[in-house]
Write a protein that binds this ligand. Structure first.
Ligand SMILES: NC(=O)c1ccc[n+]([C@@H]2O[C@H](COP(=O)([O-])OP(=O)(O)OC[C@H]3O[C@@H](n4cnc5c(N)ncnc54)[C@H](OP(=O)(O)O)[C@@H]3O)[C@@H](O)[C@H]2O)c1
Length: 253
């Protein structure tokens, strides 16, 4: 795979799967626009990326729940590079709670990041992706189709994202723009720490997940990054509207 002269915009590039995806694309010679809220982390990942092929990424600090920041992100990317080939909608947040122990603040926070921001950013990127016959990859989750009782707002945000993928894929197919999702199972990133879990709690969770996964291992961020790059590449030129599990077989249970 080669992304020379291709411009790739990645949200949530300051941590976890987004950071791994940025590094993966940098090794494939992509021109990167990286965004996140934590400037220090973003700069650290950008430096890592630059070391791969000597191509300096554009970094833009933005809170995707702020409309003005989303607009700034697209404007600055296009001003800097003059084009956009790949949009990776990766940024997301997780919160606990089922219907008995939830509240509307949790619902709004998750939906505004995991779905509303994706809708807004994608909408603003479509003219540029149509011009380049580019591609969109949304980072969803296996919980979009596998029910559980502990992350209700998150689960439904990812179910909505999968259907967004299918509907937008259908709408943009005549424009030559492909739209796909990746649906990972558990990946050890900062998402659980940010939710307040301790290292011990995370370790227990990892053991539990490994025991319930057919392949008896957890997925790594780099595994997901590889699938994202594949879906964005010409090797996937006949794939659109798909939601691809990256889950060690977890969905099979
Ligand atoms: N880890 C898993 O087990 C797992 C499994 C399936 C799917 N996923 C999905 O993978 C994606 C990445 O998650 P991760 O596990 O890599 O989590 P992570 O390490 O916590 O990274 C989340 C990223 O999203 C960014 N972000 C969150 N809210 C934002 C906002 N309002 N505006 C801008 N950026 C925001 C964060 O930026 P800052 O840190 O700079 O604030 C960070 O870069 C998410 O969509 C998640 O749902 C994760």
């Amino acid at each position: 795979m080669d992304f020379t002269n291709k411009v790739v915009l990645i949200t949530g590039a300051s941590s976890g799967i987004g950071a791994a995806t940025a590094i993966y694309f940098s090794k494939l010679s992509a021109k990167l626009a990286l965004t996140g809220r934590k400037e220090n982390n973003l700069k650290k990942i950008a430096l890592y990326c630059e070391k791969a092929k000597g191509i300096k990424p554009l970094t833009i600090v933005a809170d995707l729940t702020e409309d003005i920041d989303v607009e700034k992100l697209v404007k600055e990317t296009i001003e800097h590079y003059g084009r956009l080939d790949v949009l990776v909608n990766n940024a997301g947040v997780l919160t606990t709670g089922g219907i008995k122990d939830t509240n509307m603040e949790k619902y709004d926070r998750v939906m505004s990041t995991n779905m509303r921001a994706v809708y807004h950013l994608t909408m603003l990127c479509v003219p540029h992706l149509s011009a380049s016959k580019g591609s969109i990859i949304n980072v969803s989750s296996i919980v979009s189709s596998k029910a559980n009782t502990i992350y209700l707002p998150y689960n439904i945000s990812k179910a909505a994202l999968d259907h967004f993928t299918r509907c937008v894929a259908l709408e943009l197919a005549p424009d030559g723009v492909r739209v796909n999702s990746v649906n990972p199972s558990f990946v050890k990133t900062n998402i659980l720490k940010d939710m307040g879990l301790t290292e011990d709690q995370i370790e227990l969770l990892v053991q539990n997940i490994v025991s319930r996964t057919p392949m008896k291992k957890t997925v790594e961020a780099n595994d997901v990054a590889g699938v994202i790059a594949f879906l964005a590449s010409d090797q996937a030129k006949s794939i659109t509207g798909s939601c691809m599990s990256v889950d060690g077989g977890s969905i099979l249970y």
